[in-house]
Design a protein around this ligand. Structure first.
Ligand code: SF4
Ligand code: MG
Length: 327
């Protein structure tokens, strides 16, 4: 297994108290596999990713428990020096906003080439050739001519391709993409997502795709982990989850995807808001918003129940059977 996150806990200390951002998250990603991590903002999906990358702002963010095993090593036990070597070379991250992630005063060729100069000790000239090669790889037209241009001279979609090229440069074993297409137009979104999926296959990388939009990841993910209030509430192979969710929250997310065949219909939205992470509701954290909630949900926190015998599906709902039945 390429990456195993085990019982991860992350807290943020603020003036008003301790925000429990990640509360016992476990997930796995293998080489060549794409895991989509789905949830609303504040669900802990990005914070988990930042903990894996080792880029949690410390303080106020603090990992208070768990393990992050990457190629067998627990990253949380590594010294910052060794951690830095892993980051970039063995795992890389793609962010939503390419414009603020790229340096505006360096040409894209210089930025891409820098990776090879710093990590591989290449000459500037060779690094530039590598940069052109990478730009070709992510299908930026006329790479040779554009390698000297600056980030603002590229469209949003092209900039995101440059971000993908940066992430791929050192051929990492794992890429984490946090809302990589959210800032783009719908048609460009699909192109960038397809490109990412294709390169992931080609390089046989593990890919974690973080998103709030189930529609975007449906075609490219192998498995999905749904997060709510810092926990995983459902995991499933992507097609099983689409066919029949085993958690009312997932049901709500599915029902709120715009569908072409439902044009004109009012879109369903899950009532209420995600909880305040400084005061997560007792019992099932989703109970104030859940159409299926019973008394037991107010007091007993649901464990992750095995929905499939092989462990490929789990749901943290006391009533997963009923939810599945009514799907
Ligand atoms: Fe809803 Fe209860 Fe299931 Fe939580 S445990 S999702 S409140 S039915
Ligand atoms: Mg986020």
């Amino acid at each position: 297994m390429l990456l195993q996150v085990r019982d991860l806990h992350v807290e943020f200390r603020t003036h008003d108290g301790v925000a429990k951002a990640v509360n016992g998250v476990s997930y796995e990603v293998d080489a060549g596999e794409t895991l989509a991590v789905l949830g609303e903002s504040g669900s802990g999906k990005s914070v988990t990713a930042q903990a894996i990358m080792g880029i949690l702002d410390v303080p106020p963010g603090r990992i208070t428990g768990g393990e992050i095993l990457f190629q067998g090593r627990d990253l949380l036990q590594l010294k910052e020096d060794d951690r830095r070597k892993v980051r970039g070379a063995e795992m890389a991250m793609i962010f939503q906003d390419a414009l603020s992630s790229l340096n505006p005063v360096l040409s894209v060729g210089e930025q891409l080439g820098e990776m090879f100069v710093v990590h591989r000790g290449m000459s500037r000239k060779d690094a530039r050739a590598k940069a052109v090669e990478l730009m070709d790889r992510v299908r930026i037209p006329a790479a040779k001519e554009r390698v000297g241009q600056y980030p603002h001279q590229f469209s949003g979609g092209m900039r995101q391709r440059i971000m993908i090229a940066m992430a791929l440069a050192l051929e990492p074993a794992l890429i984490i993409a946090d809302e990589p297409t959210t800032a783009l137009d719908v048609t460009v979104q699909a192109q960038v997502m397809d490109l990412l999926a294709e390169l992931q296959q080609e390089y046989h990388m593990g890919l974690i795709l973080i998103t709030h939009d189930l529609g975007v990841v449906a075609d490219v993910a192998d498995r999905i982990a749904v997060m709510y209030a810092g926990r995983i509430v459902e995991t499933a192979p992507v097609h099983d989850l689409y066919k029949a969710p085993a958690h009312p929250y997932t049901r709500g997310l599915l029902d709120s995807i715009p569908r072409l065949d439902h044009k004109g219909h009012e879109l369903y939205a899950i009532k209420g808001l995600p909880p305040n992470l400084m005061a997560i509701p007792p019992g099932c954290a989703f109970h104030p918003r859940c159409p299926r909630a019973q008394d037991v949900c107010l007091t007993d926190e649901p464990p992750l129940y095995a929905v499939a015998e092989d462990g490929a599906r789990e749901s943290a709902c006391h009533f997963w059977r009923e939810t599945l039945r009514d799907a």
